[in-house]
Design a protein around this ligand. Sequence first.
Ligand SMILES: [Cu+2]
Length: 383
Amino acid sequence: MTARSAPAYRRPADSDSGAFFKVAAILLGLLVSVVGFFALMMWADAREARDDTAAAQASGRAPAQDAAALDPAVDHNVALPLDSFAGVVPENAQQLAEAHKATDAALPPVPAGDLVKVEMTLKDMVVEVAPGVKYNTWAFDGHGAPGPIVHAREGQTVEMTLVNGGAIPHSIDFHAARIAPDVAFRDIDPGESFTFRFKADDPGVFMYHCGTKPVLAHIANGMYGAIVVDPAKPLPQADREYVLVASEWYLDGAGIDAPASLNMDKARAMAPDWTTFNGYANQYVTHPLTAKPGETVRFYVVAAGPTLDTDFHVVGTIFDRAWVNAAVTNAPQNGVQTVLVPAGGGGVFDVKIDEPGLYPFVSHAFAHVDLGQVGLLEVAGTK
Ligand SMILES: [Cu+2]
């Protein structure tokens, strides 16, 4: 490649110009080599940079931030693909959390008679999902989220009336019902109401929710709740019964200066800003559920999602009885630590705690705890 091309330029009759061409050919060859070398180096650099970028994208942060990944002073939100408002609260958050009236988790009694009449009016309303964090919900019965706890006994008939006081069509889908969904769970226009009945023949704890499309948006905006159906053959006696509905919130703003609404991209990406029990982050940390030593406490847990499961666990104890998937006509599992409650499913859990103390209940998928899905069971006093 260097001097080999020289003969092509050489004319035998002209020795001077032959020497000139020889030198020129050598210089040209050197030039080609040098340019080729630099081109190779530039290509290698570019490839390395591309690999670094790919690695950074895979890890979700720039390479320079690796060392800072665990530094609490570093704002990790900046490197997320979607702006996160996780943990963003006003300065007086503790004061607001204490002033917040915690959602009553106690299971209400079963109405007498064969017919359980339930009426819910849907309202668009602003609720708090964390201290000082406001959100525009579509709420069943003016409760914010979750909607009211429905309690029935196996064999009773539930008569459900939904009044749509909102701005767009909605519906209500009861997982406890065996019924044609295209009829019973149909969309109700604003200003209209609809009544349907179903026989509560399947005991357990079930989710109910709005089933209007896109369901992801309607559930994410707070349209869900729990119905407990007691089995005809009663479960072992419990001293306290609490209902916990787990869910996530996806915010398009911090919700502090103005109420946040749904960020559908985050909902699709399953990247919540807050996760909660009964709709408000950490509310039972500030206002613990209570029990006395030696009492049996029963938790009815529903994971409303819209998308994420809840891995239910009580720190400091073990479930004496766990009816996995809320299959209460089956024998419970005994002595289990953590039970999956799938999105759209439920579970029933008994604990009997003898030693006074504060016992956290969590989703043991710990990102949930960080985002607010944690509470305390305060075991105190004497039975
Ligand atoms: Cu709806």
